[in-house]
Design a protein around this ligand. Sequence first.
Ligand code: F6P
Length: 306
Amino acid sequence: MNACLRATVRGALNNGIEPYVVYDGYKGLVEGNLKEFNRSDVSEILSKGGTMLGTARLPEFVEVEVQLKALEQLKKHEIDVLICIGGDGTFKGAQALSRLGFRTIGIPATIDNDICCTNYSIGFDTAANTAIECIDKLRDTMQSHERCSVVEVMGRNAGFLAMYVGLAVGATAVLVPEKEIDFEKDVIEKLRQARLHGFTHYMIIVAEGVGDANDIAQQIREAIDLDPRVTVLGHIQRGGTPSARDRVNATKMGYLAVELLREGKTNRVVCIHQGRFIDLDINEGLSLQRKIQDIEVDVLGAMTGI
Ligand code: F6P
């Protein structure tokens, strides 16, 4: 997100636009926590994880009175366009402001990678690499002890991160909320197959949205002669030095948002679709469905359990 902020601030200044930043998301906007930024304010943030602006969840932002308070602040600071960087909640907020007649541009950023209109969201690559690094470390100890690990990765409503990580670590089974689970077939049978093939350690990846990883471990214990260990990777996945892919994509997306702004376009979202950077109408973008691709399901089916 810092790379994206840097690109938007510098892109704006290059085009004679005065950029302001909002601290702590919509909460900061409603409270008037805004500041004018210059070039040096975004120096040396490119390699830093998280966001220098802070963020906050503000469920009340669904209420029109709260949105109107945000508009008051924008008017007070003579701001014409709001570039919103974030996930689903951020986009819905941007859509609400655009419905009230304010110009917004959305940039997708969430480690869940579940924003429907884009194949890629800022943060996903770094989070995936962090999870993979942790799981590789876990594998070392599992191998030594001939064990089964149940690892929970983030994704309250979406399994994109779990699928991707599962493929990258060669998991025995991957459980995601998008796919109905047949525990015997999807987990136990795969563990049995892996044993038959001579494997001595097993890795079960569970997306947070599937349920408690401890319950999954208990179900395995009851069904088969294994005593799994549970690891919940949690918020560690949301920090750390951003990957090259995240930095570059975030920079391009920030640059594009300023281009849209310059062209007078509004109520757009910046997306990556079929490898190309494009923009879509915010309402159209949010109405699309993002599904786990068949190829991912097929590859996982073929690669897990053996
Ligand atoms: O939306 C991203 C996400 O990381 C989800 O995967 C996770 O469930 C959630 O945020 C955790 O949110 P919080 O930090 O508010 O607990």
